[in-house]
Design a protein around this ligand. Structure first.
Ligand code: UD1
Length: 335
């Protein structure tokens, strides 16, 4: 049985990916520093899969602890999620973001080099494209300098991985996620935002739950059909499946080049108001909202051309926006 290290495996996308890996028969070991995750997710994962993943509470900035981990565990492949991800916070605390997201990655890569692990999947983001000139966005779209330190750490991470794979002959896949939404159908795992949510869906679900008074819709004057901005909302369980396919591709040496990039999105753009209405209709509940000023740094639209992932990973998103809105609400009600 192949042993896969999932860093950040107790986080939102990480925990869903651990479930998908275990269901596919992989042995999973998680590293998480619990900075934005709860340790009870180990048991929550086990309650879904009937297998308790091994868990190490390690801060990846601690190189000695990371090396010790690699000494104790023979790892076949790594899925590296662990990173800070709040765009606004990264503008306030850039050094914290660079230190955490880049030093953590470097320590993992040193471990791969020194302890002979050949395969890594990196959590990247559509943020590396900035406001692309044409839609949908394919992997050949030129990258633009990201607006935020968070976005820059994703772009730098990809560049570090390029040099790493060349120098040490390691296999790398960067997965560029569009906007992850939804929760596991069991409602046992989902997104746990820290404090006031920055992202749309947790804000919507907390507003529906009465925790927030109203949703501010950032910008009603964009050049779109209803004036609100367009994103590609991809279900977290579909994302998790893509990670299982990507790690298998590397383990089976099916990759075409040492370093590959895949967009993970549905291929369909939805406006903010379409998402709000999808949530309302799916759950038969009202969401109070007010149209406000545009949010600094936001782009007008981003949605994926996902045909490369379809062709090479044999990946197809299966879960509709309506279903994601149902599971997001079930999850909100359970916490
Ligand atoms: C952001 C990041 C992305 C990151 C993702 C997940 C950028 C440009 N984007 O995506 O890299 O991977 O978060 O952490 O760096 N909205 C509202 N009201 C709200 C919240 C959001 O109207 O209260 C709108 C936004 O203006 C946007 C859409 O909803 O149009 C989605 O916003 P959000 O969920 O924050 O994701 P992004 O900004 O697209």
């Amino acid at each position: 049985m192949n042993k896969i290290l999932v860093t950040g495996g107790l986080g939102y996308i990480g925990s869903h990916t651990v479930v998908a890996l275990q269901n596919a028969g992989y042995e999973v070991v998680i590293i998480d520093d619990l900075s934005n995750a709860n340790v009870d997710f180990v048991d929550r994962i086990a309650s879904i899969t009937n297998v308790k993943p091994s868990f190490y509470e390690i801060d990846l900035k601690n190189q000695e602890k990371v090396n010790q981990f690699f000494r104790e565990n023979k790892i076949d492949g790594i899925i590296h999620f662990a990173a800070h991800k709040a765009v606004g916070e990264s503008v306030e605390k850039p050094l914290m973001y660079y230190r955490n997201n880049l030093v953590g990655l470097l320590n993992i890569l040193d471990g791969m080099k020194d302890f002979n692990t050949d395969n890594i999947i990196f959590s990247s983001s559509c943020t590396v494209y900035g406001q692309a000139d044409k839609m949908p966005i394919d992997e050949n779209t030129s990258l633009k300098k990201p607006e935020s330190p968070y976005g820059k750490t994703k772009q730098m991470g990809e560049e570090i991985l390029e040099d790493f794979s060349n120098a040490f002959n390691k296999k790398v896949i960067c997965l560029r996620y569009f906007n992850p939404v939804g929760a596991h159908s069991s409602s046992k795992i989902g997104e746990l935002p820290n404090g006031i949510p920055n992202n749309l869906i947790p804000y919507v679900t907390q507003t529906a739950a009465g925790i927030r008074e109203y949703l501010s819709v950032f910008g009603g004057d964009y050049p779109t059909k209803d004036g609100t901005a367009i994103r590609d909302y991809i279900d977290v369980n579909d994302l998790a499946d893509a990670h299982v396919l990507a790690i298998a591709r590397l383990l089976e040496n099916k990759n075409k080049t040492k370093l590959e990039f895949f967009n993970l999105g549905t291929g369909t753009g939805s406006t903010v108001l379409e998402v709000v209405h999808a949530f309302e209709n799916a759950n038969n509940i009202k969401v109070n909202y007010q149209i406000k000023e545009r949010r600094l740094g936001d782009i007008v639209e981003a949605y994926a051309n996902n045909s490369l992932a379809a062709q090479e990973l044999n990946w197809q998103p299966k879960i509709s926006l309506t279903e994601s809105m149902l599971t997001a609400w079930e999850w909100q009600k359970s916490i």
